[in-house]
Each structure stands twice: as C-alpha cells, then as structure tokens.
Ligand binder design. Structure first.
Ligand SMILES: Nc1ncnc2c1ncn2[C@@H]1O[C@H](COP(=O)(O)OP(=O)(O)OP(=O)(O)O)[C@@H](O)[C@H]1O
Ligand SMILES: [Mg+2]
Length: 556
C-alpha cells in the first residue's frame, strides 16, 4: 500500500474488505459474464461451496462440471488474498500458455475495474500478460505447467487449473509442489477427462499417494445458478421428441429430482453442443463424481470418425506433407511380427514445430517381416530427420538395433534407474510398462480429444473408433480390431516431448542460416528467434561436439 494518511472511513472499509471476502467480492470485483457483459461478481451456490473449501483446507482438489465459475472464484479469492496480503506470492498453472493467459485476463479485469481510490492505494509495480506485481510486494504469476520457471519459487498459493488436461499429471504435480512454499495453499481444479491420471488422483489410486492429503470436493452444474436456459433465450431448444434423445432427457430428470425446466433446457443445449453423446455430457456436466470419469466398455477417445467406419485398412505408406527445411519432426514406431492376419507394424510422423499443435505428415501401416520393416522405418525417419521413439519391447528391439547400427542419431531414450550406488542408465527406445503405457496413451487421448492433433490417416481414425476401456479399466482395442497406429501416434508425441527436452532439435536443424534471408526463413519455420549459439548439422565442430554424447550413448 502507498504511504500517506488514509481517511478513517476508507481505513475501516479496507479492514472490512481484508476480513470479509464476500463483501469485497460482491462490492468491488467485476467479471465478464457468459453474455459478455461486465457485471459484479456475486458468488452463486457452486462458488460458495468452493470458497468454503478454500477457507477450511490447505490442499484442495475440486472436481467440477464445466463452466460453473470455478476458475473465476478461485482467481477472485487469490486476488483478494494477494491484494490484502503484502509479500504474498501466488502461482497459477494452466495446461497451455493460451489458457494461462486466458485466466490472467480475469485478474486484469479485477484490477482494472477496482474503484480509482482503491487502485491508488494498491499501485502495481509490474503488470503484463503473465504477472501482476503490487508495490507492496504481493504478486500473482501464471505459467503453463510445462515451464520450469516456477521452480524454487517459494509461492504461498498455487492454483493448478484443469489438471485432467495435462498430458503428464505427475509432472504437473511435481511442478506445483516444487513451486509451493512449506505451508502453501495448493488448489487443483478440473473437469474430468476420461480415465486418465486425474481419475487416479481423485480416487487416490495408481501412484498418487499425495492425493490422500487433499480435501476433495465435487461441484455439480446444478449448483450453478447461471446454468439455466430460459424459453426466451436465443439458444433455447425444445424438449426432445426423438425417442433416443427423449429417453436420455427423462433419465436425466429421474436422476435429478427437483431439476427445473430451465435447467433441463440448459442440459439439452449442452448435450447438443457435445455432439449428442451421453458419455460426453456426463463427463462435462456430471451431477455426481462417479459419473464424471467415463468407464469400462466406453470409447477411450471422445472423438469418433464416422467416415472411417467399416473400412478395411489399406496397407502402405501415406505421405500427407513432404519434409520442409527447418521444421521439426517426431516419429513413433510400433513393430509386429508380420504374421498374416496378425498385428500391423506402424510408423507415424508428425510435424511438431508448434508443440501445441502437432500435424500428421506421414504414416506407414504394413504387415511385413521385421528386417524389411526396420529398413522402411529407418528410411522414413531419415527422410524427415525425425526424432524417433521405437517401442523396444520384444521384436521392436530388432528395429532399435537397425537404427543404432546405421548410426541414426535422433533416438528416444529411456532412463533406467540404477541399483543403489549405481548411476542411472540410458537405453535406446521406449519401454512399455505399467506406467509408461497409460502416460503415452493419455497424452494421445488429450491431444485427440482436445483437437490438438487432428488425424488424417483413415487407419488411425479406424483404430480410434474401436479403442475402448476394457473390463479391467485398461484401454485396449476391441476384439478383432488393432491399436498399432494408436501406439505409433502416441509414441510420436512421446518422442516430441523428449526431443524438446534434450534440445536435439537444435542439433538436427541441418544447415546453419548464414544470411538474413535464411535467418528469416528459419525463424518463420521454427517460430523462434534465431540464436547464433544453436548447433547446426553443418557446423564444422559438430562431430567433435554433438557427436561425442551420441557415440557414448550408442556404445553403451
Ligand atoms: N457468479 C457469477 N455470475 C455470473 N457469471 C459468472 C459467475 N461466475 C462466473 N461467471 C461467468 O461464467 C463463465 C464461466 O466461468 P469460469 O470460466 O470461471 O468457469 P469454469 O468452471 O472455470 O469453466 P471451464 O469449465 O470453462 O473452465 C465466465 O464467463 C464467467 O465470467
Ligand atoms: Mg476454468
């Protein structure tokens, strides 16, 4: 707060605001509502439930229906804590940078719409799309969960939003905990997203032992007073008359005694927006937690490709986009024995220059012996200079060996923890395990479900249509169907993740741009600013430098 005298009435009001969130929120905070109007933030029942949770618990996990005002109310609470808590630091994590910046607009609106006298008492030192820093030392920062920037941050409040959307929930947890101070408030909130790791977090199953310490709270959309559609609304949809849809509607009515006509109308609108899928509706608009996570026998992916239904897969190589200079490619390889009628061997190549939007460029789907397949995979990888993840279990090892012996440098490695006293070792290729398989599949699942990856290959679409949760809660293909291209596509995303981490991209960039025009081309292709310290394949010292790590690995 700035110095100087404060009028006693203002001082009284500040004390009241500091001690009474609801008073502060209803009196001073403004939001942009669903119709785009600037309105006071008057917390409804669903939001009051969340506020009680935050007041009573240090670590909380909110499982919620969509659009119930969760991000808004948690942001409002954090804004209030930091505004009246000099030196408090808050971190907000979102799964993508755009979502992080989206959340931050809410914070900026809160500040910009405070009355002039209040803003003058709480001037900011810094204010941009990712941070607000008050002169009194309090600050709020957003980041996408992938960045390691919050590490060692000593934050007293950490809010990880939409945690089920993260491709690696474990990793997001680690960044949240490493950002948090000893006694920090940690708030995780999310809508369900299939049975991925967030499901295990909610049920404290799998490897989420920390989750026992989180207070878990479910918020139904019925508790959101804005979740209604009146007859006069332009969105209004008449009660369904189609028998299948009418059955869905009457079941919903039976399940929710007391549901009003306006709430039913809201449900119909959302149901239509979700493509008329009851499973998707229950995931996004659950009325109880058990409905939120889609379970056994249900499709693993929420997208369905009708155009691929009933098509016999055609074997062979499909190139959708030829390799282009300075683009970054990743490839996944799943190998089968080549037996007639058996599984297919598959390769899937994506352009990952924009990591948030991988684009399919080539795929190979074929039944052939492992040696010629290894050659074909190597040729394809080399064509794109792709960073390659090869499933090494069983017969796949022969493909790893083929790549290794040819000296192919851009290969995914698995780190194997050494025994006590021994160092960790790196192995070329990807090992399928109880941990790695679900993580790989869930990363593909969210890419597909959220529309980040839009498959073109009909063979992949076909497999996606027939990939379901089995009785044991494991995602697998239906009897008679295949999942080879799914594994290859999942591995391509796994490879993309590691290629960015180990900065292989820099090494494999081929020709160093030597003039302004080439630099501009490079920057346009990579979306990065050119940095002369990057390594390029035709740098004179590349072999003594980049090559040595690689040969060390190859000889291990
Ligand atoms: N109390 C309220 N009164 C009116 N509108 C509100 C209220 N709270 C939030 N909203 C509006 O409802 C919309 C959804 O809010 P918000 O994004 O916070 O919900 P969410 O549960 O985080 O949604 P999502 O599932 O999209 O993450 C926003 O337009 C927001 O401004
Ligand atoms: Mg939200």
């Amino acid at each position: 707060m700035s110095g100087g005298r404060i009028h006693p009435e203002i001082a009284r009001e500040l004390v009241r605001c500091k001690g009474d969130f609801v008073h502060f929120c209803t009196t001073y905070l403004r939001i942009v509502d669903k119709s785009g109007n600037l309105v006071p933030l008057l917390p409804h029942d669903a939001q009051r439930e969340i506020l009680d949770l935050l007041d009573d618990n240090l670590w909380s996990f909110v499982l919620k229906a969509r659009r119930i005002g969760c991000t808004t109310i948690v942001s409002a609470w954090i804004f209030w804590r930091v505004l009246f808590g000099p030196h408090l630091k808050a971190a907000v994590l979102a799964h993508l940078s755009e979502s992080a910046e989206g959340i931050f607009e809410t914070y900026h609106t809160f500040y910009a719409e405070l009355p002039e006298w209040m803003r003058s008492l709480f001037p900011t030192k810094k204010s941009n799309v990712r941070a607000i820093e008050f002169s009194h030392g309090g600050r709020i920062r957003v980041a996408s969960a992938r960045t390691e920037k919050l590490r060692g941050g000593g934050y007293q409040i950490v809010h990880a939003d939409e945690v089920a959307m993260y491709s690696d929930v474990q990793r997001m947890m680690r960044s949240s905990f490493s950002a948090a101070d000893g006694g920090a408030h940690i708030i995780m909130s999310t809508t369900a997203n299939g049975v991925n790791e967030a499901y295990h977090f909610w049920h404290a199953s799998g490897s989420f032992s920390q989750s026992r310490y989180f207070k878990k709270h479910f918020v139904s959309w019925l508790a959101d007073s804005t979740a209604r559609t009146s007859k006069s609304s332009p969105e209004y949809v008449e009660p369904f008359t189609d028998p299948g849809l009418a059955l869905w509607e009457s079941e919903l009515r039976d399940r929710c005694p007391g549901i009003t006509d306006e709430q039913l109308a809201y449900a119909r609108v959302q149901f239509i927006k979700l493509g008329g899928s009851p499973d998707n509706f229950d995931q996004e608009f659950p009325t109880e937690a058990s409905l939120a996570f889609i379970l056994s026998g249900k499709p693993f992916f929420s997208r369905r490709y009708d155009e691929a239904l009933g098509h016999e897969p055609v074997e062979g190589l499909v190139i959708t986009d030829e390799p282009k200079p300075y683009r970054t490619y990743a490839m996944g390889v799943d190998t089968a024995g080549g037996v007639p009628g058996g599984d297919f061997s598959a390769c899937y190549v994506v352009d990952v220059s924009d990591r948030d939007k991988p684009v399919e460029v080539a795929s190979l789907y074929i039944r052939m012996n492992v040696e010629p397949f290894a050659d074909a995979a190597l040729e394809l990888a080399d064509r794109y200079k792709a960073y390659v993840a090869i499933e090494r279990t069983g017969i796949g090892l022969a493909v790893v060996q083929r790549f290794k012996h040819s000296g192919y440098p851009y290969l995914y490695r698995t780190t194997v923890q050494g025994k006590v006293g021994q160092e960790a070792q790196e192995r070329l290729g990807w090992d399928a395990s109880e941990r790695s398989r679900p993580a790989m599949l869930s990363s593909l699942q969210s890419a597909i479900n959220l529309g980040r990856l839009e498959p073109i290959d009909p063979r992949l679409k076909n497999e996606i249509n027939t990939f379901v949760w089995d009785k044991t809660g494991r995602p697998d293909h239906q009897g008679g169907a295949h999942s080879d291209m799914i594994v290859a596509a999942g591995l391509a995303l796994v490879a993309a993740e590691q290629s960015a981490e180990v900065h292989q991209i820099d090494m494999r960039m081929g020709h160093r741009p030597v003039n302004a025009l080439e630099r501009i081309k490079w920057e346009m292709a990579t979306g990065q600013l050119f940095d002369p310290s990057l390594a390029f394949a035709d740098d004179p010292d590349r072999h003594s430098d980049g090559g040595s790590t690689m040969s060390a690995i190859l000889s291990s």
